[in-house]
Design a protein. Structure first.
Length: 83
C-alpha cells in the first residue's frame, strides 16, 4: 500500500522534483520514514537533514526515524537565526 504525501518547503529550500513552486505530491510505501522521505524521495543531503524541521499534519516531527502514519501534508522548514 502507498501513502499520498503532500510536501511543501519554505525558505531557501528547493524540492528536487518537478513541481509547482516548492510543492510536490508523492506516493510512498507505507513503511517510509521521514528521513527516507527527505533523502530518498526528495533528494536532500543526509548531512543537511538533521538541521531541518518537519511538520506533519500540523504536528512537529521529533524523530525522523518515525514512520509516516498514513496520508500526510509535510512542511519542511530550514533553521532561522536571529538576534
Amino acid at each position: 500500500m502507498k501513502y499520498r504525501i503532500e510536501c511543501e518547503a519554505f525558505g531557501a529550500l528547493h524540492l528536487r522534483k518537478k513541481n509547482k513552486g516548492n510543492r510536490v505530491t508523492l506516493n510512498v510505501p507505507e513503511s517510509t520514514t521521514y528521513r527516507q522521505l527527505l533523502i530518498s524521495h526528495l533528494k536532500f543531503s543526509p548531512v543537511h537533514v538533521k538541521y531541518l524541521t518537519l511538520m506533519s499534519n500540523g504536528r512537529k516531527v521529533e524523530d525522523l526515524s518515525e514512520r509516516i502514519d498514513g496520508p500526510a501534508r509535510v512542511t519542511i522548514l530550514m533553521p532561522v537565526g536571529g538576534g
